[in-house]
Design a protein around this ligand. Structure first.
Ligand code: S3P
Length: 181
């Protein structure tokens, strides 16, 4: 599955984790269009099922409710093959979720500098965690708080600042292959 459209599928999944704005959705889309992989956008799937946006789920039911939906979905996705699972930025913070992710496939941590993240998220209002504090300082602080958990969850870490999405996907594909060899 990892070399491009005409290659054999191996039945393995890619689980993308990382802070908001590190490129999980963009990279998933590239995999969908250029590799023989389906994509599950966890946030989108949860919002569709609940019939509510992520900010509405947070404000109506609270963060814990949303986190439980993430855990349930990660377990459910274990029945899928050849899929890129694009996790919400907080999904890897719960130890139980990391256990479920590892059963799902290889966990790829995407990283970016706080300034890059800020540029990528500044025009959208769909991230309740950054509500009222969408600035480089807060992003940097929260990223630092989360760093250890992200890194502990990852099989591979890929930096995304100032890079072409195709290059990033090739690096991910190559490094996943190396892990299997
Ligand atoms: C969150 C990240 C969001 C979404 C929710 C919480 C977080 O996903 O799941 O707003 O805690 O980092 P993205 O990383 O896709 O923005």
């Amino acid at each position: 599955m990892l070399s491009g459209k005409d290659e054999e599928e191996t039945g393995m999944n890619i689980v993308l984790i990382g802070f908001m704005g590190t490129g999980k959705s963009t990279i998933s889309e590239y995999f969908r269009n250029n590799y023989r992989l389906d994509v599950v956008e966890m946030d989108q799937e949860i919002a569709d099922r609940e019939g509510m946006s992520i900010p509405d789920i947070f404000s109506t039911y609270g963060e814990e409710y949303f986190r439980n939906l993430e855990t349930r979905l990660l377990v459910e996705l274990q029945s899928k093959d050849n899929v890129v699972i694009s996790c919400g930025g907080g999904a890897a913070l719960r130890p139980q979720n990391v256990v479920e992710m590892k059963k799902n496939g290889k966990v790829v941590l995407l990283t970016a500098a706080p300034e890059t993240v800020y540029q990528r998220v500044k025009d959208s209002d769909d991230r309740p965690v950054l509500k009222g504090r969408k600035n480089v300082e807060y992003i940097s602080e929260l990223m630092e708080k989360r760093r250890e958990k992200y890194e502990a969850a990852a099989d591979i870490v890929v930096q995304t600042d100032n890079r072409d999405v195709g290059d990033i996907c090739r690096e991910i594909a190559d490094r996943i292959k190396e892990l299997g060899e």
